[in-house]
Design a protein around this ligand. Structure first.
Ligand code: SF4
Length: 366
């Protein structure tokens, strides 16, 4: 069994997996990864070069910054403009366009907007600023929902009252189901994100795989991990088999991390959530539950609740179609000219996990 990271970048192993994929692939199969980390690894290591022409990789909505809707960014901007407010989020979020501006521009205007690496930093900012209102713009998939839930449970235990949560936390399985329910979808199989499954396990994927007849393979992030996930998906497709298989066993267990799941379940309710460029996906988000609702952003800014409407703005950006695997960044007229990391028109060009930034960073160099 391979135990060390270096073994997953081993050129011989990659070559061997590539040859196996080529030898077993007879059909035209389209496989979607739904993790921005995997998308970047695919581009960085040019893994499409190791696949035969009849295997296509589609890059799904695997970046939480990219799927946070403009309407939520507008709410964060609104809050940050209020007196005595400190708005906190992750660095990538600051440059993602809202409807008319972004958080970085608002920060440049003098609003107190801070970035963090870990949710626990929110507590020290709140403790050091007891007279301020702290808004935490909480972004992420299940992986981040877990430390966010720990943070909120800690607020309750410590009796901290000046922190409020604007939730943009997403669940992956309903998004997979939503994509597969689209009659125009062309997805034959999924690589499921290893780190999401580390927390949540993969039991939720089993009924989806059965219902839609698609293999779902839990996959890691190294080149050999990804090719191994692709090989398993193709082996199943070639035999008309549709199962959930864990190819990231060194990290992921079927039941996930029980204590992380417990705190998520204690703090969050499952709710419908809007995904930028895609729309509202039923039961695809997390929001505060029970006694933890006192930390909701909307307790503080009640007047903004009606502002949270699906983003209908029309722009040149085709991020929604890209994240559903219907187009690639190369089909966007703005790619690399009107839209660049320095001057992004859409979230996938901003985020370090976005498909457009991955294409621009690696694809042109290959
Ligand atoms: S290149 Fe820019 S404008 Fe085009 S889809 Fe990507 S983010 Fe949107």
């Amino acid at each position: 069994m391979l135990k060390h990271l270096s073994e997953y970048r081993n050129a011989e192993l990659v070559k061997d997996l590539s040859e196996k994929i080529k030898s077993v692939s007879t059909g035209n199969w389209r496989i979607m990864e739904i993790c921005g980390g995997q998308t970047h690894a695919i581009m960085k290591y040019n893994l499409e070069e190791f696949l035969p022409d009849n295997i296509k990789l589609l890059h799904g909505p695997g970046c939480p910054v990219c799927v946070t809707p403009a309407s939520k960014i507008d709410l964060a901007i609104y809050a940050s403009r209020q007196k005595d407010v400190i708005l906190i989020s992750y660095g990538d979020m600051l440059r993602v366009p809202g409807s008319s501006t972004d958080l970085l521009s608002v920060k440049a205007d003098g609003c107190d907007i801070r970035t963090i690496y870990s949710p626990l930093e929110v507590i020290s900012i709140a403790e050091n600023n007891p007279d301020k209102t702290i808004i935490f713009f909480a972004i992420g998939f299940e992986t981040t929902a877990s430390p966010n839930a720990h943070l909120i449970s800690l607020l309750d235990k410590k009796g901290i009252k000046n922190i409020f949560i604007l939730s943009s936390m997403f669940r992956v399985p309903p998004a997979i189901e939503f994509l597969l329910s689209d009659p125009e979808n062309k997805i034959n199989g999924f690589l499921a994100a290893g780190h999401v499954c580390t927390v949540m396990g993969y039991e939720e994927y089993i009924p989806i795989s059965k219902k839609f007849k698609v293999p779902i393979v839990i996959t890691g992030f190294e080149p050999a991990d990804i090719l191994s996930g692709i090989l398993e998906t193709i082996l199943q497709l070639e035999k008309s088999k549709y199962e959930v298989v864990n190819r990231y066993k060194r990290v992921v267990k079927q039941t996930g991390n029980i204590s992380s799941k417990k705190v998520i379940e204690e703090v969050f309710d499952i709710t419908d959530m809007e995904w930028r460029g895609i729309g509202i996906i039923p039961r695809s988000g997390f929001d505060l539950k029970g006694k933890y609702k006192i930390y909701s952003f909307f307790n503080l800014f009640k007047e903004t609740e009606s502002e949270l409407k699906p983003d209908k703005s029309r722009t040149i950006c085709i991020a929604g179609e890209i994240m559903q695997g219907k187009k690639t960044p190369l089909e966007c007229k703005a790619f690399g000219n009107l839209c660049t990391p320095e001057s992004p028109l859409g979230a996938p060009m901003v985020s370090s996990e976005g498909t457009c930034s991955a294409y621009l960073r690696y694809k042109k160099l290959n």
